[in-house]
Design a protein around this ligand. Structure first.
Ligand SMILES: [Mg+2]
Length: 398
């Protein structure tokens, strides 16, 4: 079958209704088989590529009918006679490129790295135009483990974001998304908001910064910072809960993941007293964080129970995945700090979100624009799909 004569026809022209009907109608009745058909539409210009098999003896009639239809419609036509179907697309990976703006320079560099690693770009589609441009490439002939670090390094140097994932079934179906909280789900570091009430914000912020850059042991630094809160009335927790600002796109991300039936969790080196109500409001079911010890209505300056540190965050991801019956290959972890690194490494896809340089350098994927809903584009959903889902939610509430 594969060595049979086939004909690849490519048509380009202004989009209008009924093109496919006109094209296929012209050759209907010749017994021709459609082996492949793809179409792209960019700013009103449509390109249709069709691969035809079971060709008639009289190829001229087929080609004349195609040419006549294209002439009538004002389309350019190119015809290539050849043999067989498309070659099989093996070792496929998905490469997502994000930029604001995404420039030709970025694509030149990405394309060069993909080619240097043996990759062929089979298909490209745009997933978003705002707030950033996202293009998704389906690439064959290369491996995630080789391509990912090379593209990540080029992206960091050239100034765009990139994600490389296996194209298999793990991209389809249900997944678990686990987020860090401070400076990921929310814009703030809760310990700093708490410390402001004790008049020690600057001191605590300096320690937090060093810990998130990986310069300090997390647990020791947490004990040190929480000690600064000793004697504060428990009531400040409500003030801090009210002051927390969600990261742009956080609500959209969580609501869309819930619409998809995905599992969502948060794990935080911050505090359950602030994280749990926030998670409940967003409908996030899996929650794990530290607890502040309270006695007689005041914070004691101690953490209650074991500290949620770097290792505990990765362990929590595994625990949430097990509870959902999902393998780690179907998990996505998102975080910004050094204490997120083990969790990002353990997940099927680890995303460094507006991360400290050491974290960005170690993660699979980095997002440098402050929009959490861009994670949806990395998972393969388009802005149109996300907006349609938001409109459907609004309609069901209204
Ligand atoms: Mg964080």
């Amino acid at each position: 079958m594969t060595d049979r004569l086939t004909l690849a026809a490519t048509l380009t022209g202004p989009d209008r209704p009924g093109i496919t009907a006109a094209l296929m109608g012209a050759i209907a009745g010749l017994g021709t088989e459609v082996l492949d058909l793809e179409q792209v539409l960019v700013r009103g210009q449509v390109t249709i590529a069709v691969l035809l098999g079971s060709l008639p003896e009289d190829l001229d009639t087929l080609e004349d009918r195609l040419a006549g239809t294209c002439a009538r419609l004002g389309y350019r036509l190119s015809i290539d006679e050849g043999v067989g179907d498309n070659p099989p697309r093996a070792r496929r990976v998905v490469v997502s490129l994000l930029g604001r703006p995404l420039r030709a320079t970025h694509l030149a560099e990405a394309g060069r790295v993909i080619a240097e690693h043996g990759g062929t770009i089979d298909r490209i589609r745009r997933l978003s135009r705002t707030p950033m441009t996202t293009l998704e490439f389906i690439v064959s002939g290369t491996d995630v483990d080789r391509l990912r670090p090379a593209l990540a390094a080029t992206a960091a140097e050239t100034g765009f974001d990139v994600s490389v994932s296996p194209a298999g079934l793990s991209r389809q179906g249900r997944r678990l998304v686990v987020m860090d909280v401070d400076s990921t789900l929310i814009q703030d570091e809760v310990i700093e908001l708490l410390a402001a009430h004790a008049g020690r914000e600057a001191e605590v912020a300096a320690v937090t910064g060093a810990a998130m850059r990986g310069e300090l042991d997390f647990a020791a630094s947490l004990h040190h910072r929480v000690a600064a809160l000793a004697g504060l009335p428990e009531s400040i927790l409500a003030d801090v809960r009210a002051a927390v600002r969600l990261t742009p796109g956080a609500r959209t991300l969580v609501a869309t993941l819930r619409d998809l039936g995905f599992a969502v969790g948060v794990v935080s080196g911050g505090f359950l007293e602030v994280v749990a109500p926030l998670a409940a409001e967003l409908g996030i079911t899996h929650v794990h964080a530290n607890s502040l010890e309270v006695a007689d209505g005041v914070l004691t300056g101690r953490v209650a129970g074991p500290v949620v540190d770097r290792a505990a965050k990765a362990e929590t991801l595994r625990r949430f995945a097990a509870a959902e019956g999902l393998p780690l290959s179907r998990t996505v972890a998102i975080g910004d700090g050094a204490n997120d690194l083990d969790m990002l490494a353990a997940a099927g896809l680890g995303i460094a979100f507006n991360a400290k340089p050491a974290v960005r350098a170690s993660a699979d994927t980095a997002l440098s624009l402050p929009h959490l809903d861009a994670v949806l584009y990395l998972l393969g959903f388009s802005r149109e799909e996300v907006e349609d889902a938001a409109a459907a939610r609004a309609a069901s509430v209204g």
